[in-house]
Ligand binder design. Structure first.
Ligand SMILES: [Zn+2]
Length: 350
């Protein structure tokens, strides 16, 4: 292309630098601070010259690169102004771009010092596949964050359970699931519903082992409001829902020798009752309280609703029921001086 044609194609400023080897003022061009991704091409002919990956901040006020795209430029010794330098020109159209120096800070040791006005940045468009992958990644991350925070809140936030519960039943005011004080011997237990088994053993004709679902589905349920009184001096009134234990016992058929039934829990806790207690009352083994499934902190999967008995007879996390002929079989607190009967109308201390 003739110089006249270049003059028509380029602005006067571009022509002066690209075609007459001028230099723009430092810190005046549009690209010296640019960090956008893409390819810098020749402002005269459009050939790709430098990749943004090779750009670095030289603090000179000119865009600087540590290498050029292979074969995109030519180097020409330049002794103008009484200084020995190396001029950089576009390999395709021969336009002046700037100079290269051997004082680069990166591995190449090169510093291509280029006039902004000689360059056009063609910004990289994020392709759609990367975009949709990123969106998917964000969605998966959000789901994981929500899931993990829920998981940790159920494990650690036992002081306040985020549970939807009723607060009134057939005209009776109910306490909240959060009104209980944690006083179990080893803290809350987390039982896996899928591997849970309730073992029924001892002096029975049909020893049995039930899964959670077998108990829920095979025995009729009953609801009633019962107040739990703790020996510590607090009480809660709760709507309990569970199976009547007498129904369960009828299925396993205790023998005539049975005097005592002892319940054991996953944490090693235990408590015992005379067989007659379950004949005289509809004693529930509860799986719901205030219309919500027992949370782990309240004894999931099952808590005994030991009505007319002190709170320490209300065993949580029940995993085993044993039928025994031993009238003196004692539970955890009973062995430590609490009364065997645990009747509310008597002192809990023997
Ligand atoms: Zn060019």
């Amino acid at each position: 292309m003739s110089e006249d044609k270049w003059k028509n194609e380029l602005t006067p400023e571009q022509y002066q630098i690209l075609r007459q080897k001028g230099t723009e003022a430092a810190f005046s061009g549009q690209y010296y601070q640019t960090k956008d991704k893409g390819k810098y091409s020749c402002a005269a002919c459009g050939a790709d010259l430098f990749s943004s990956d090779t750009k670095f901040d030289s603090e000179t006020g000119w865009p600087s690169f540590d290498q050029a795209i292979p074969k995109a430029i030519k180097l020409i010794p330049d002794n103008s102004h009484g200084v020995q330098r190396t001029e950089v020109v576009c390999a395709k159209c021969g336009s002046h771009l700037g100079h290269v120096f051997n004082d680069g800070p990166t591995q190449t040791g090169q510093r291509y010092c280029i006039n902004s006005i000689c360059l056009n940045l063609k910004k990289e468009k994020m392709n759609n596949k990367i975009k949709s992958n990123n969106i998917l990644l964000i969605i998966v991350s959000l789901i994981m964050i929500v899931g993990l925070s829920y998981y940790f809140s159920t494990i650690y936030n036992s002081s306040h359970l985020d549970i939807i519960e009723i607060n009134e039943y057939e005209g009776q005011d109910l306490s909240s699931i959060n009104d209980f004080r944690e006083n179990s011997i080893k803290g809350p237990q987390y039982i896996n519903k899928n591997s849970y088994q309730l073992e029924i053993k001892g002096l029975v004709e049909n020893p049995e082992s039930f899964t959670y679902d077998e108990i829920i589905n095979n025995f009729p349920s009953q609801k009633k409001v019962v107040k739990l009184n703790c020996v510590e001096g607090w009480s809660v009134t709760i709507l309990w829902e569970g199976i009547v234990l007498r129904d369960l016992f009828d299925q396993v058929k205790p023998t005539d020798q049975v005097k005592t039934i002892i319940f054991r829990a996953v944490d090693g806790y235990s408590t015992s009752f005379p067989l007659s207690y379950f004949d005289d009352h509809d004693i529930l083994m509860a799986y719901k309280m205030n219309d919500t499934v027992l949370p782990p902190e309240r004894g999931f999967p099952f808590q005994l609703v030991a009505e007319s008995k002190w709170g320490y007879k209300w065993i949580k996390w029940i995993t085993e029921i044993e039928f025994s002929a031993d009238e003196n079989l004692q539970g955890y607190w009973e062995q430590r001086g609490y009364s065997d009967s645990g009747n509310l109308d008597q002192s809990f201390l023997d």
